[in-house]
Design a binder for this molecule. Structure first.
Ligand SMILES: NC(=O)c1ccc[n+]([C@@H]2O[C@H](COP(=O)([O-])OP(=O)(O)OC[C@H]3O[C@@H](n4cnc5c(N)ncnc54)[C@H](O)[C@@H]3O)[C@@H](O)[C@H]2O)c1
Length: 451
């Protein structure tokens, strides 16, 4: 398949901070690889079978050591990979350099890139002419659909300017080329389901987030641990005795609440879903509305996927010195736009910590409200991303092997893939489990045996 017109970024094959960082990126990527046995096995099979042979694949993911291992696996399967960041602050520049220098992967990502650079990198991944896209937050798919629906005004300027240079045929080709997409995170899946519901989704998407070997582990244990890690690295506060308010008790919130409690914090949960709120209460946390929690918390962390969960009115109720952070996909969870209008600041007091003064009280915002586990720490540990990215690699293979057979909808990762990933992970951990006996199988399939 052909690519559409190249973007006018300074070098169409990559845009990274500094290629001389490649050695460090290679060392760290190899370290992560040591904790990714499932992905390693898939890589070996991909190298032998080449299920993605010649397929152009564009990925918009956090550019970390784990993503590097995924990109190398996809390349081993024959894919021609382009990669951009799914968040302006989450790129590890050494890793980006390693992928370009040692693997020839087309990486467009620089940590701290501004809005214009972020979207010109998305544009570069679109211009790659992908047949498969991989998103973490649906930015690539979203932009492609704005193009397809001719909603050019809704495109960010760097993408829009490029699209305007394309002919109608080239625009059509951009979308017609795509056999399918995969989505990594809850927020992306929510957006895609909304598109399917409105019947505007133009190609099949596999919701990798929804596989059990992804969200049960990655969202809960990965986000749980790394969110705590990000907050500690940013602030070096003592968790013991600190009152931590966890907004949202979904997969990520449960994980973070568990780890914060483990570190000695007094945890309060806020929720809008009665079932989740009840679960949090029975798990032993205090549960209350954010407007009440605002006055008692020391640290506030949003993990909801929703907008303005912590509003300016809530911030006004907070104690002097309150710390606020977000670990949900977008920084809109905190009303930072509103804060900037009414508070004095920001004053950078530490790397990743900005002080605002609101009504004479100090509020510390971590990592500009971006996912704190990626902004101030290194994101999820490799061992848990092993499963998420095994799902990604296998989902891409599934799309390639069955191209043209899927409906334009959001699909689940097939159960066999989920179970295979769990089996491989257990084997790598050296954990054995029981098997059903014939008698047990028969018992479970019958209805006529009573007490
Ligand atoms: N930081 C990371 O690395 C990382 C990793 C995975 C997912 N995420 C993101 O984290 C967010 C949460 O993901 P999840 O898998 O836990 O989703 P989830 O759907 O399991 O949980 C979200 C919870 O937030 C609750 N909620 C919604 N609005 C709320 C409000 N106003 N106040 C309090 N609670 C509210 C919902 O009821 C739900 O229980 C998403 O944006 C997801 O994309 C981040």
């Amino acid at each position: 398949m052909t690519s559409v017109k190249p973007p006018s970024v300074k070098d169409t094959s990559h845009d990274v901070k500094d290629l001389s960082l490649a050695d460090e990126g290679r060392r760290r990527t190899e370290w992560a690889e040591g904790f990714m046995p499932v992905l390693r096995q898939i890589r070996q099979r991909f190298a032998a079978e080449r299920p993605l042979d010649g397929r152009k694949l564009s990925a918009c993911l956090h550019v970390t050591t784990e993503t590097a291992n995924l990109a190398i696996t996809l390349q081993a399967g024959g894919a021609d990979v382009a990669l951009c960041a799914s968040n302006p602050l989450s790129t590890q520049d050494d890793v980006a350099a390693h992928l370009v220098q040692d693997h020839g992967i087309k990486v467009f990502a620089i940590k701290g890139e501004d809005h214009e650079a972020y979207y010109s990198h998305i544009r570069a991944c679109l211009a790659h002419g992908p047949e498969i896209t991989m998103d973490d937050g649906a930015d690539l798919v979203g932009a492609m659909h704005m193009i397809a629906l001719e909603r050019l005004d809704d495109l960010e300027l760097p993408v829009r300017k490029w699209v305007e240079t394309l002919s109608a045929d080239e625009r059509k080709h951009l979308l017609a080329n795509v056999i399918g997409s995969t989505e990594e995170t809850t927020t992306g899946v929510i957006r895609l389901r909304a598109m399917a519901e409105e019947r505007v989704l133009q190609f099949p998407v596999i919701a990798v987030n929804d596989s059990q070997t992804k969200h049960f582990f990655d969202n809960r244990y990965g986000t749980g641990q790394s969110t705590l890690d990000g907050i500690l690295r940013a602030t070096n506060i003592l968790m013991a005795g600190t009152t931590v308010v966890v907004c949202g008790y979904g997969w990520c919130g449960r994980g973070f609440a568990l780890r914060a409690r483990g570190a000695g914090a007094d945890v309060i949960v806020t929720e809008v879903d009665p079932l989740r709120a009840l679960e949090a209460r029975m798990d032993g946390y205090r549960v209350m509305p954010i407007a009440q929690a605002a006055a008692v918390g020391d640290v506030f962390v949003t993990l909801t996927g929703n907008t303005h969960v912590v509003s300016v009115d809530h911030m006004r109720l907070m104690k002097d010195g309150a710390i606020i952070a977000n670990s949900g996909h977008f920084n809109v969870e905190l009303a930072l736009d509103g804060l900037a209008k009414v508070a004095a600041g920001p004053k950078r007091v530490r790397e990743f910590v900005e002080e605002w003064v609101l009504d004479g009280k100090r509020i510390y915002v971590l990592g500009e409200g971006r996912l704190i586990n990626l902004a101030a720490a290194e994101g999820h540990p490799a061992s848990v991303m092993d499963m998420s990215f095994a799902n990604q690699a296998l989902a891409a293979e599934h799309l390639a092997r069955h191209a043209g057979t899927f409906s334009k909808a959001v699909h689940r990762v097939p159960d066999e893939i989920d179970r295979d990933v769990a089996r491989l992970k257990l084997a790598a951990l050296g954990v054995e489990i029981d098997r059903l006996t014939d008698e047990q199988e028969q018992y479970l399939a019958s209805w006529d045996e009573g007490t």
